[in-house]
Design a protein around this ligand. Structure first.
Ligand code: GLP
Length: 241
């Protein structure tokens, strides 16, 4: 696992965008995308690169990690909406090549459908990840085992609490989500984990220096052959100290 420490959030985003832009130059690129506030700066940089004609998304297919159960795509807090707002609307990309699990529809059959899609698409070339405060990746929450395939997850109290900042109130946060499992993440050719801010320092240390355990789902990334953590000084203060 390679760990890159940058001065601040902006530099973290720029450093990540260089890696993604390099990946886009390949003939075919299956890009794994994440939501949350951490990758917003990266998406800003990618949209800027597109405007400045430094990026071309015509060879790109995207797969997102997760979606809230019950939120339709037009809901402002759905992850489809997030992706439209922060990236897809700002670049030229065929929507038929942008994939997220559907929050509507029967959740268990949506999981099967998403796994079929992932199998058909093949290995992800580059998977972008954020880090939840409890060590989750996508919505793979702390558990007694690593869940390999796409599954429906009951969100933990700490995740509901953390994500309530995006909703009118805590009650509006969906209690369940559909998330990609650990398998496609671990099979990705490269993973890029972004971490920012002091509040992530403790979990970043546990995830990247601590024991590999499903209680800290991101810790499994220590076993990935090509994982790069890009964090700002605050988030990596426990690791670099
Ligand atoms: C959400 C997403 C994750 C994300 C995490 C951290 O729950 N499902 O993919 O990594 O939150 O979010 P943030 O970057 O806002 O701290």
């Amino acid at each position: 696992m390679k760990i890159i420490c940058t001065e601040n959030y902006e530099k973290m985003s720029q450093c990540a965008s260089k890696i993604v832009l390099n990946e886009l130059k390949k003939k075919r690129c299956l890009l794994g995308l994440a939501t949350g506030s951490t990758p917003e700066g990266l998406y800003f940089e990618l949209a800027k690169a597109y405007r400045e004609k430094r990026a071309d998304f015509s060879n790109v297919t995207t797969v997102n990690l997760d979606e809230y159960v019950s939120l339709p795509p037009e809901h402002e807090e759905s992850y489809r909406y997030f992706m439209e707002k922060h990236l897809f609307e700002k670049i030229e990309i065929d929507r038929a090549r942008t994939h997220l699990p559907s929050g509507i529809g029967e959740p268990f059959s949506e999981c099967e459908k998403y796994d079929r899609l992932l199998r058909d698409l093949g290995r992800i070339d580059l998977q972008i990840l954020g880090l939840g405060l409890n060590g989750h990746i996508g919505f793979n929450e702390p558990s007694d085992f690593f869940e390999k395939d796409t599954h429906v997850v009951s969100l933990s109290e700490s995740t509901i609490e953390a994500n309530s900042r995006f909703f009118q109130n805590r009650e509006e946060v969906p209690r369940r989500a559909i998330t990609m499992g650990i398998r496609p993440i671990m099979q990705a050719k490269k993973v890029l984990i972004l971490v920012s801010g002091k509040k992530k320092a403790e979990i970043a240390k546990r995830a990247f220096l601590g024991e590999v355990t499903p209680q800290v789902p991101a810790s499994i990334l220590q076993l990935h052959p090509n994982a790069i953590v890009i964090g700002d000084r605050d988030a990596l203060s426990g690791i670099m100290a």
